[in-house]
Ligand binder design. Sequence first.
Ligand code: AMP
Ligand code: ZN
Length: 500
Amino acid sequence: MLLMEHLIKVYNNISRKKETFVPINSPFVGMYVCGPTVYNDVHLGNVRTFVSFDVIYRYLQYYGYKVRYVRNITDVGHLTEDENAEDKMLKQAKLMQVEPMEVAQLYTNNFHEVLYLFNCLPPNIEPIATGHILEQIEMTQAILAAGFAYEIDGSVYFDVEKFNKKVGYGKLSGRKIEDLIANTRDLDGQENKRNNLDFALWKKANPEHLMRWKSPWGEGFPGWHLECSVMSTKYLGANFDIHGGGMDLKFPHHECEIAQNQAATHYEGARYWLHTNMLTVNGQKMSKSLGNGFLPAELITGDHPVLERGYAPMVIRFFMLQTHYSSTLDFSNEALDAAEKAYFRLMNAWENLNKLSLTPNANLQDAAEMEEVNRLCEACHQSMNDDFNTAMTIANLFELSRKINAYNDGKLALESLDEPTFARLQATYNDFIQVVLGLKNEQKEQGGKLTDGLMDIILDIRKAARENKDWTTSDLIRDRLNTLNVVVKDAKEATTWSVN
Ligand code: AMP
Ligand code: ZN
């Protein structure tokens, strides 16, 4: 598609407004998305966030932008707000009796496999936190030099109150520092921080801590928020276009990232901060620590207490895209059943469309019908331009599929369209399903299931023929199947088939 500037609007969480998307250096777009913490399997909630950004990445490219998509792997650092809680990577490594890097590699591989299953495109750069320790030390030094951090006993902390007075803290989350101070708990062992609100840029490693690096402050490891400031600015510059992640990362993670960026570079990092909303199960956030997350294998087989049966990955992807990324999405069997039906309707129309061929006939062309098809095609673009509204785009595609099915059934004359309108219909439908929404036709790929179903039907027809002593039909079916190497065996109990 040709790049037309200033048509895309995005909801920017930092201004709390829908804004026109204007890249800093068009046609280039820099997008950073917080990746997974690789200490156990990704669950479907994580997948929702990555599928949402996958569609945003896809659409920006489709629109004509040259996107550099950076998505990190978090393999070190404190992963909770409680900086004294045990590092989850280390906990898992001890449990599995392996090296922390083995844990990280195992779950990074798993993450890639899962996203591949859900047809997510890989990012352009996938930096790893432990691969950027030097840069994290450098940024800590820059923040110290700017006067917004202090060192105590081998650890370095960001001075939130001082930063708030001089620059301002809390812009993204809208939280007031006085309220935050009133609401923070005293955590054991944090007495060396000047203020409970202060967060670690660098932590001194205890003797038993396996993941440790030399630094100007002694052996230690970086704080949770630092890696994203470092890796986003390293690969996209101090001032880049889009920063994304789940809503749960808005505070404290992204708020702290902004503070670090401003302290070190004077820029906030990204101009547009996009947050995906949570996938919930019976109203509760799906999360690793709550243990209510589905693994992809459980989802496909249906082998999970909450699931009645399994669903194909594309059905799940479609289910996710039926809701706008900024709304919560509740996972239930009923919702998935409905999504599955809708998905197959869309896929059937897609197959029908690609079977249609138009012989233009000027006498049959109908201006109103052409206008309607063109309007619906345009609406697909408009809905994606409106903060990547996949829900509306799918609704528009359904309107188009009703038309396609009517042309296919002969209820509407395909010849009412001229060649350019028909070409536009085909291009729009194909592009939006495949390129923008990233959907594949499961029906085709699930050849096994479909073949089984079709063979049941064929053999039932043959059985009926045999019961009616219609040997011609029954033999014809058997011989025709034979030509496809399908061998039919009649036994007393049942007729079976196999492929030679
Ligand atoms: P984590 O591995 O926990 O750091 O999460 C990776 C990404 O998934 C982050 O952007 C989170 O905000 C996001 N995420 C976690 N839980 C959910 C959920 N239930 N629904 C949607 N996104 C989630
Ligand atoms: Zn991050």
